[in-house]
Write a protein that binds this ligand. Structure first.
Ligand code: ATP
Ligand code: MG
Length: 702
């Protein structure tokens, strides 16, 4: 093997000595030369530059079109290109035609930016200039306005996960479908210090005409409780906020949201903010009442509700027993919780409606032959988080990242090494850290972090503390679970694949139940704002949206099937249970496609350009198993076609039309092509990832 100078190795798997130190040094040197992309075999490592390096210009985009990987330096565009080529040829290692691009990395590592660049390049590759393509490009800014926020880790942090499936027919994009995962609704009502609410709330103040703001009873942004930490960027950067608002409205128009729909959206947003201004007091009999009636009237006006009904909703608990309704007064705290629950419900449902609407607007036309539609899916979730204070949201976010790491391990280590064994290939096992025990800790039935939480959430006397006590008891012997020394505390820690995180279980039960106060749906149904009506009932006259109705009837169906299985719990699924289900659906989807991996790395904790923190990067390389990945890519056989498939594709290289589709035939081809370092198993040929390029080269020369 030839030695190249530091920072010139495009593929870490071709480094002469594989050690953590040498990988780090190579990546650091490359980063200093603005080479932010590096391969590990077929996997792309991307280090966030935190600056515009002009890596995505038109000419660079062209340079990567329809090329082999070895023709160009490592780049996201090469991943886009290879997934697009594989989609058309179906010539993939996994034998699967549909493709998925799985992008991972911690918060701020660059997943969302990478997603956008890949989608942009895929659209370039289609070469079309269709309206649909322009619409697809607008989806990301649109969703980011409502689903992203400034956090301590990232100024544009995704507070929801998404899987975007681009649908193709005849190599042209024909539609798109987005699946969303668990929007962090709690952000609507509360943000940690130095963090913000969702971008859209700030855009609204910066971008809406004064007249419009008046109509929506909007006052100065610093007044609003739900914008707790103040209108930070509205003060420091009002111009860019205004531009972002204009961009958003442009995106809404382009994607196809009607003007009336947009009006209703802003109405809901203003309603949410104003709802947060409602203050509850109690009288001498400890009965809750709304302190400032004018604010109550404002909320009622904005959301087009009856103010008396709204006040009742906020101050009286209605319960139902044996067919009769009972009412009792809320305490001040309970009433405030109801207010916040209403605000979260409005925002959460608005977000789901937006995603649904986008899916309707971008759905492939129905007359296309469904069987011929292929797809490239791009996964961009929320990155691993370890904050000063970690709550239920971080449990879900970090669980999703565990799940993805497991998916990666399955593909890179488990399945590949199982095949060597099954096929009798001589192989020294590459050890790796399997995080299955962590997935079990979170998901196993009947005892796991989520299962115990559900149990406690359904138990009327359950509390956050009794939940922690149950975990302390059940996981006493689990090495990944660390109970706190203070017995009264709600804290517990988990040793994740990416490090130890301390969680505070205060509020877990309520967040998991996510119950709407009884009667809230009925109240919102009385609103004369079409969109509010729709998101709470699933019927609307103006736009004829059916998606929500479908969803509801699906839910009803699944409830029926639960009943059939003898499950007596007919309550709505808990947030944890829903999340668990959606993760398993996602993994099923990913398993149906041929995977491409992009590993995003965060160079420092200060969001700075030109700064590479050795210790911080090393930790990421370690927990993602980068050294082991490089080893298996160096020693292993990433391309493993079956004898028949191999002879069918490359048999022509031997000029022998009667070449037999067996071990012997394959060997003839490999020798003829002058390849070395391959293996032959019982049913498959085992080739290095670079052999495929060489074979394709030889084919071109025919
Ligand atoms: P989260 O998990 O919080 O959503 P993320 O991995 O999606 O994080 P991004 O939002 O993609 O992180 O990136 C964070 C910031 O880093 C971006 O807003 C941008 O400023 C910068 N950045 C990321 N990738 C690039 C790139 N390729 N070129 C220039 N800047 C980038
Ligand atoms: Mg993101």
């Amino acid at each position: 093997m030839t030695t190249t100078s530091p920072g010139e190795t495009d593929d870490l798997a071709s480094l002469p000595n594989l050690e953590e130190g040498s990988l780090l040094e190579e990546l650091r040197t490359r980063y200093a030369k603005n080479k932010i992309y590096t391969y590990v075999g077929d996997i792309l490592v991307a280090i966030n530059p935190y600056q515009d390096l002009e890596l995505y210009t038109k000419s660079i985009s062209d340079q990567y079109k329809g090329k082999r990987r070895a023709d160009n330096p490592p780049h996201l565009f090469a991943i886009a290109d290879s997934s697009y080529q594989s989609l058309q040829t179906g010539n993939t290692i996994s034998g699967k035609r549909n493709q998925c691009i799985v992008i991972s990395g911690e918060s701020g590592a660059g997943k969302t930016e990478s997603t956008k660049l890949i989608i942009k390049q895929l659209i370039e590759l289609c070469k079309g200039r269709s309206q649909l393509e322009q619409q697809i490009l607008q989806v990301n800014p649109l969703l980011e306005a409502f689903g992203n926020a400034q956090t301590v880790m990232n100024d544009n942090s995704s507070r929801f996960g998404k899987y975007i499936q681009l649908k193709f027919h005849d190599a042209k994009v024909k539609g798109a479908k987005i699946s969303e995962y668990l929007l962090e609704k709690s952000r609507v009502i509360f943000q940690n210090p130095k963090e913000e609410n969702f971008h859209i709330f700030y855009y609204m103040f910066a971008g809406l005409e004064e007249e419009k703001r008046k109509e929506l009873c909007l006052e100065l942004p610093e007044k609003y409780r739900y914008l707790g930490n103040g209108p930070c960027r509205l003060k420091t950067d009002p111009r860019s906020m205004k531009e972002s608002c204009e961009e958003l409205i442009n995106a809404l128009n382009l994607v196809g949201f009607l003007e009336e729909e947009q009006d209703d959206m802003f109405r809901i947003l203003a309603g949410v903010l104003t709802m947060g201004q409602i203050e509850i007091d109690t009288n001498e009999n400890d009965e809750a009442f709304v302190r400032d009636k004018e604010i109550l009237e404002n909320v009622a006006n904005i959301l087009e509700l009856d103010s008396t009904q709204l006040e009742k909703m906020l101050t009286f608990a209605v319960s139902r027993a044996s067919g009769e309704f009972f009412t009792r007064n809320y305490s001040k705290e309970q009433a405030h919780n109801v207010r916040d629950a209403l605000a979260k419900a409005l925002y959460g449902r608005l977000f789901s409606w937006i995603v649904n609407k986008v899916n309707q607007l971008l759905a492939p036309e129905e007359d296309l032959p469904q069987k011929e539609i292929t797809e490239i899916g791009i996964l961009d979730i929320f990155g691993f988080e370890n904050l000063g204070m970690n709550s239920f949201e971080q449990v879900c976010i970090n669980l999703a990242n565990e799940q993805l790491q497991h998916f990666f391990n399955q593909h890179i280590f488990t399945l590949e090494q199982m095949e060597y064994q099954d096929e009798g290939v001589d192989w020294t096992r590459v050890p790796f850290v399997n995080n299955q025990p962590l997935l079990d800790l979170f998901l196993a039935k009947p005892i796991s972090v989520l299962a115990l939480l559900d149990e406690e959430s359904l138990f009327p006397k359950g509390s956050d503390h009794s939940y922690v006590e149950k975990m302390n008891h059940n996981f006493a012997k689990n090495h990944h679970y660390i109970k706190t020394k203070v017995s009264t505390s709600n804290k517990f820690s988990i040793d994740h694949y990416a490090g130890r995180v301390e969680y505070d279980a205060t509020g877990f039960l309520e967040k998991n139940r996510d119950a709407l106060p009884l009667g809230a749906t009925q109240l919102f149904k009385t609103s004369t704002v079409d969109l509010i009506n729709l998101i709470f009932t699933g019927t609307i006259t103006r736009t004829g949206t059916l998606a929500l109705q479908n969803r509801i009837s699906k839910k009803k169906r699944s409830r029926k099937s639960l009943k059939k299985k003898g499950n007596t719990n007919q309550k709505k699924l808990t947030v944890g249970a829903q999340f668990k289900n959606s993760l398993s659906v996602l993994i099923e989807l990913l398993n149906l496609a041929n995977p491409h991996f992009v590993r995003c790395i965060k160079p420092n904790m200060t969001k700075e350009a030109k700064s590479f923190d050795d210790k911080f990067v090393k930790a990421q390389l370690r927990y993602t198993g980068m050294l082991e990945t490089t080893r298996i890519r160096k020693m292993g056989y990433a391309f493993r076609p079956k004898f028949g498939d191999f002879v069918q594709r490359y048999g022509v290289l031997t000029f022998n039309p009667r070449l037999s589709a067996n071990q012997f035939g394959c060997k003839v081809i490999l020798e003829k092509a002058g390849l070395t370092d391959w293996m032959v198993g019982k049913t498959k040929v085992f080739l290095k990832y670079y052999h495929q390029d060489k074979l394709e080269d030889a084919m071109k020369l025919l």
